[in-house]
Design a protein around this ligand. Structure first.
Ligand code: MCA
Ligand code: AMP
Length: 530
């Protein structure tokens, strides 16, 4: 387990609950040990981290940021983006990452809501960033591109790295990650240093990470999975990360032999299976394939085992709680289940009144532990609604817990679609579709999709003023919704099925459109596996 070292914390740093100190004290004691192994540039070494993070933190301070200020970041995945995250921890700022595919309209909401002192964006968005920032009270807009160029790194090259890491307490915020809500408006989940640190240390131990591990990292770094789970597990054990800018099957397969652990969403595994280059031989050095963020189909689990001899470890988590359940490292990994509550995490399955249901019956999963977030940013009422008086967080996922404590996620009480590991809240898409000229109303559903797990699908009723064309409707939401939220298909219908109360019957719609993506099965998987 984690070795003690003084590679990137400063010797004089006082005792602190800052996650930065914790990561630093666990990370590799060898300054030459590789942290990020890059395809097209020299590696970033553990010994490089502190001065790079210190300089970036200094630039943010010079921009006017003080501890507890939010730093909103919408940049491509790069080593500098990782350093910027660590700089925010080091400087006591609250890191607020945004999905790179969010549109200007979506970006504006986040800036208005988070009220950051600094917004860091891609130079390509700098102009709109500045305009948005001017209207939202942001003090400074800095830029950073995928190659590490921009005003941020230019200023960091001249900045001092003298200041020590800022002291933080367990309850201080380390990050706010936005997750959409059933009302259609995103909510910022406030994550403290303790939330992140407790999960990081526990995961690294539970999944047996050591400094001999090499983690293949192809996930985006604006969500919990790629940012916290993957980076923290590696840093907590001084492991090397093969850092890929995104998930592309050939690039991943070309480095599989060099890696010992891979983390991914189920789409990664179905796409890998689409390539004949995935074999027992190419996967022979991997000790652990981990899947999460969306349900892993039992077929995928079995096909993967048949092809590679490896049983994927499925785990379950949420932005609000980090990782909560996992199949065991050493014991039986059961397809279709997410394993047991992880050490220090408590789970229960309850009925509508909040009473625990008997083992084996389905209820709503509730979670408690030091990993559970401290609430939604500026939404105390929403926060109160989602917690029980005894501190359990109501996940909105339907689960069955068996006699042994093994958890199966069997559905969702919340109206949520998960497409390729990204959450899409139907209400947000419906509000956008309803705004399109000629649309009377709409319903958005998720139906089985061979590549993305669920395909976002729009069912639209015209208002009769004009002839509606599905392509027009799609084009009209193009600049409002991130690409992954846009319906893959739109159907125009005369009316939506409703129950006696007038509520749209989404289940009936899901049944009716259940097979619409079957024809894309072969083409999607072949295309994405090349
Ligand atoms: C891209 N597109 C998508 C998605 N991603 N559409 C629907 N769902 C998606 N997830 C769009 C593209 O814009 C493109 O549109 C078209 O679909 C095909 O693009 P493609 O080349 O296939 O995209 P890609 O770059 O290969 O991305 C697919 C992906 C990616 C690799 C699966 O979405 C991904 O990395 N997903 C990981 C998400 C993740 O990290 N989730 C963790 C959340 P067009 O061609 O029409 O322009 S954290 C979480 O959930 C909790 C805490 C947990 O438990 O982990
Ligand atoms: P997010 O808001 O992005 O954190 O997504 C969290 C949601 O992803 C959970 O509430 C679940 O619905 C879903 N999820 C994550 N992991 C799994 C899994 N292994 N199986 C089923 N659903 C999952």
């Amino acid at each position: 387990m984690p070795k003690s070292s003084r590679i990137f914390p400063t010797e004089s740093a006082p005792m602190s609950d800052n996650l930065y100190h914790i990561l630093a004290s666990c990370a590799s004691a060898d300054p030459d040990a590789v942290f990020l192994d890059l395809a097209d540039a020299p590696p970033v070494r553990y010994g490089d981290i502190d001065h790079r993070a210190a300089r970036l933190a200094r630039v943010l301070t010079e921009c006017g940021a003080v501890p507890d200020d939010r730093i909103v970041v919408q940049v491509e995945k790069s080593p500098d983006a990782v350093m910027l995250y660590l700089a925010c921890l080091r400087g006591g700022f609250v890191f607020v990452p945004l999905n790179t595919s969010y549109t200007a309209a979506e970006r504006r909401f986040f800036l208005e809501d988070a009220k950051p002192s600094v917004f860091v964006c891609d130079p390509a968005h700098a102009e709109t960033g500045v305009v948005t920032a001017e209207n939202t009270g942001v003090r400074a807009v800095m830029t950073l591109d995928a190659a590490g160029r921009g005003t941020l790194t230019a200023a960091a090259a001249l900045a001092s790295s003298e200041a020590p890491p800022v002291v933080r307490h367990k309850v201080d915020l380390a990050a706010i990650l936005y997750t959409s809500g059933t009302t259609g408006l995103p909510k910022g989940a406030m994550l403290t240093h303790e939330n992140l640190a407790s999960n990081a240390l526990m995961l690294a131990r539970y999944w047996g990470f050591t400094s001999d591990d090499v983690l293949l990292h192809a996930l985006p770094i604006f969500h919990v999975h790629g940012l916290f789970v993957a980076l923290h597990c590696a840093m907590c054990s001084g492991a090397r990360i093969i850092f890929q800018k995104d998930f592309k099957v050939p690039a991943v397969i070309s480095r599989l032999l060099d890696a010992t652990v891979m983390m991914g969403v189920p789409t990664f595994y179905t796409r890998l299976l689409g390539s004949p280059a995935l074999t027992a031989g190419s996967a022979q050095n991997i000790r652990l394939f981990i899947s999460g963020s969306a349900p892993l189909l039992e077929d995928t689990f079995r096909d993967f085992e048949a092809r590679t001899g490896q049983r994927i470890l499925e785990r379950y988590g949420m932005t609000e709680v980090g990782m909560a359940c996992s199949n065991p490292l050493d014991g039986e990994r059961v397809a279709g289940t997410v394993g047991f509550a992880m050490p220090g995490v408590l789970v229960r399955s309850v009925d509508k009144t909040g009473r625990e249901v008997p083992r084996g019956e389905v209820g709503v999963l509730e979670i408690s532990g030091p990993n559970v977030f401290s609430g939604y940013w500026k939404l105390p009422e929403k926060t109160a609604e989602e917690f029980r008086p005894d501190g359990y967080f109501i996940s909105g996922d339907m689960a069955r817990i068996d006699e042994e404590g093994r958890v199966s996620i069997v559905g969702r009480a919340k109206d949520l679609i998960i497409s390729g590991g990204f959450n899409v809240y139907p209400r947000e898409v419906e509000l956008c579709l309803d705004d399109v000229i000629g649309v009377k109303e709409s319903a958005v559903i998720g139906v089985p999709h061979p590549d993305f797990g669920e395909g976002v699908t729009g069912i639209v009723v015209p208002d009769g003023t004009m002839k509606l064309d599905p392509n027009h409707v799609l084009a009209a939401v193009g600049d409002k919704l991130a690409r992954f939220k846009q319906p893959k298909k739109i159907f125009i219908v005369n009316e939506l099925p409703r129950n006696a109360m007038g509520k749209v019957q989404k289940k009936a719609l899901r049944n009716r459109y259940a097979n619409i993506y079957e024809e894309v099965a072969d083409s999607a998987l072949t295309r994405n596996s090349r």
